[in-house]
Design a protein around this ligand. Sequence first.
Ligand code: SAH
Ligand code: SF4
Ligand code: F3S
Length: 433
Amino acid sequence: MSKKLYIETLGCAMNVRDSERMIAELTTKEGYEVTTDKKEADLILINTCSVREKPVHKLFSEVGGFLKEKKEGAKIGVCGCTASHLGSEIFKRAPQVDFVLGARNISRITEAIKTPKFISNDINYDESDFAFADFRNSIYKSYVNIMIGCDKHCAYCIVPHTRGDELSIPKNIILNEVKKAVSNGASEVFLLGQNVNNYGKRFSSNHSKMDFSDLLNEISEVDGLERIRFTSPHPLHMDDKFLETFAKNPKICKSMHMPLQSGSTSILKAMKRGYTREWFINRALKLRELVPSASISTDIIVAFPGESDEDFELTLDVMRKIRFEQIFSFKYSKRPLTPAATMPNQIPENIASARLTKLQSLYNEILDEISAAQLNKTYKVYFEELRENQTIAGRSDNNFLIVVNGSEELLGKMVDVKITKTSRTTLYGEIQS
Ligand code: SAH
Ligand code: SF4
Ligand code: F3S
């Protein structure tokens, strides 16, 4: 009988891809089979996130839960971003954990399972050209890493301390991954990195010079590939060449993530974001002008240390000017190893909560208007997820979530859908023949 692997993934798309890679290594090289029942697992992995305080608490409560439920002799491994920065501290706080594997060390998973109290959490361990075995949760949703790490060191962010310095992955590896995904049935790929539009600045071996726009154009030539998405680009690197490539290349999905963080130049400066409020607005309006159908999503942090009512109003003002189709908003969370954690003027919790509520209610107002305006429009939808009650979900090119009645035979297909009903987060429609 094969050994069983249970894996829980917290955090961002990068962690989802890292989990796929660990599954790939363990199933192809060590004979494991994935289970969704932790009680029957021989190996339990938790792939952790550190970006805010909450998911770190979750790690230790989850490990406690695993210990109660796991079968005798089952091993527990803590992987990912929290493993990177807490390292051996994890053994101290949870002595039953068998190994600790940092976010940039996951290629060592087969070694980790065989070595008592194995630990590898070097944040600059170079995995940029490691040939991982192949596995994807869904053939339709194919993540492809194009870079690892981050050089930006935004004052609030722990990611550079968990994923190390920025390294671009060589172009030939990326193109091979894209071709493999397409030959396995994907029409769309999702390129991943912390600052994708800074691609090509540093490789771990000799590599010809190229930037993200060049990379996008080369990827778009892969036969059979119809759509390219990517996350996250950085507003600082949104030069004209990048915006024009985004606008002109028909295979690039017309959905851009533009993480604003704050609409106040003085807060952006304290955050070390490298751009001003004016630059951000200029780039977003230029994008709206070049591609009127594009949707723009953003990330916003409220209550960064020193944020005044006026600073916060400036963030609301950018919301009203740009009318983002989607926002991910967070209360500032103090993270170890980051300069913002020791800044004076930390904002009290009640003010942070009130600001978040205000921001989200403005967003909901805007979103209700945007959603209602989609009625009777027709979008080409790439179907990728079966839902309950004989319905199936997919995304338009500009990233609206669209649900229709339908079943399996629509999976992986690109079909025109007319919107017949709208709600805040989902559009419903009928297939056009
Ligand atoms: N590289 C990406 C972000 C990755 S982290 C970028 O620059 O856009 C995802 C989001 O988490 C960030 O955009 C930010 O909004 C949020 N975040 C990061 N650190 C945070 C912290 N200390 N408190 C609250 N939110 C944070
Ligand atoms: Fe964090 Fe800033 Fe890097 Fe994004 S760009 S991962 S927010 S340090
Ligand atoms: Fe992602 Fe969380 Fe790490 S957001 S990069 S898994 S800290």
